[in-house]
Design a binder for this molecule. Structure first.
Ligand code: FES
Ligand SMILES: [Fe+2]
Length: 352
């Protein structure tokens, strides 16, 4: 893992797009680590800002504004030469620190001190690339199973939602949609789960629910009926997580095994803009034997595409954090508390 240095100067394009300090000063996932290989420049969009990502030959990931300070051309249209970003307009070259090292029209001159690109903090963690456009006020949240070798990890996505990121998160921490949106997989439409009262508390890592119990006819990659006990977390406004404890059940929903397995999911939402989101997740599971990762991924592709389709229908697209605009039942407590929590953080971007 490596962190690029942050330049103090701000690009003129910082006046575009999101001005919400909470969003600007948070870490956001912009890709899987494996998406970025050396010698290529990748355009990335975050909070309505155009960025580039590129990887140095020795492995460091860089995320910069997609802007050349000389005349404002897009660096994403350029290329890499000798481990430097070459601007496509006048060929200025920028090294991994963001400094201009060559102006081809004046090759003998040392470039001006201000001839620097606009780098942001960029870090790789849990197989994701994270970026902060401002000054991060908290660290990237902990993925509890990441370092536990008993857990198989499977990355899923990207899933492109034409929808709001907070709506995507709220859907992820919602258990009462399973029988309808994921009928036959995570629930049974003809026999929806009755959700018992549960609690939500603010803890050090964010918001946490108590266990929510549901029956799942095809609860994970094993393809077997499970009784599932979900503990939901909102770690950050756009990073959520659940830990699902499962016990094997019969087709009627009676538990048939004493032991529990764990299936957890670390869910990230990249806010491209207020109404466009890229979801990337990492699932971790400890059942023995470990399932085939391809089966895990195929099932996730189905489930998240079902979620995407419903979340894309929600209106208004920006999530209402004032509770009076929608209806909140006790079974929605996690979503209700999530909205209040966003509001208390003073978030103004992507909400109404
Ligand atoms: S605009 Fe980039 S080198 Fe001129
Ligand atoms: Fe869902």
């Amino acid at each position: 893992m490596s962190v690029t240095t942050l330049s103090a100067h701000q690009p003129i394009t910082a006046q575009d797009g999101c001005r919400d300090p909470v969003m600007l000063n948070s870490w956001h996932v912009v890709g899987f680590a494996t998406d970025f290989v050396p010698d290529t420049i990748y355009p990335v969009r975050l909070l309505e800002r155009d960025l580039i990502a590129w990887r140095s030959a020795e492995g460091t990931i860089h995320v910069w504004e997609d802007l050349c300070i000389h005349r404002g051309a897009r660096l994403s249209k350029g290329w890499i030469k000798n481990d430097r970003v070459v601007c496509p307009y006048h060929g200025w070259q920028y090294d991994g620190t963001g400094r201009c090292t060559l102006m081809p029209a004046a090759p003998d001159e040392t470039p001006m001190k201000k001839a620097v690109a606009f780098p942001y903090r960029a870090v790789e963690r849990y197989g994701f690339v994270w970026v902060c456009l401002g000054e991060p006020f908290e660290d990237i949240p902990v993925f509890p199973e990441w370092d536990d070798e008993h857990f198989l990890k499977v990355h899923n996505g990207p899933y492109n939602y034409a929808a709001n990121g907070f709506r995507a998160i709220e859907n992820f921490i919602d258990a009462s949609h399973f029988p309808f949106v994921h009928a036959g997989l995570n629930g049974v439409m003809e026999n929806p789960d009755r959700l018992e009262p549960y609690e939500v508390h603010e803890v050090e890592t964010g918001l946490r629910s108590s266990e929510v119990q549901v029956f799942q006819p095809w609860g994970d990659a094993r393809g077997i009926p499970l009784m599932a006990f979900y503990t939901y977390y909102a770690f950050r406004p756009l990073v959520a997580y659940f830990s699902k404890r499962t016990q094997q059940a019969d087709a009627k929903g009676d538990i048939v095994s004493e032991e529990s397995d764990l299936f957890t999911t670390f869910f990230t939402a990249q806010p491209v803009d207020e109404k466009t989101t890229i979801v990337r997740v990492c699932a971790a599971m400890n059942m023995q034997p470990h399932p085939d990762p391809k089966v895990v991924r195929d099932r996730a592709d189905v489930v998240y595409s079902q979620d995407r389709e419903i979340v894309e229908t929600q209106r208004p697209e920006r999530i209402p954090t004032e509770l009076r605009y929608e209806l909140h039942h006790r079974t929605d407590l996690m979503g209700q508390r999530y909205r209040t929590w966003l509001r208390a953080k003073g978030i103004s971007y992507g909400v109404i």
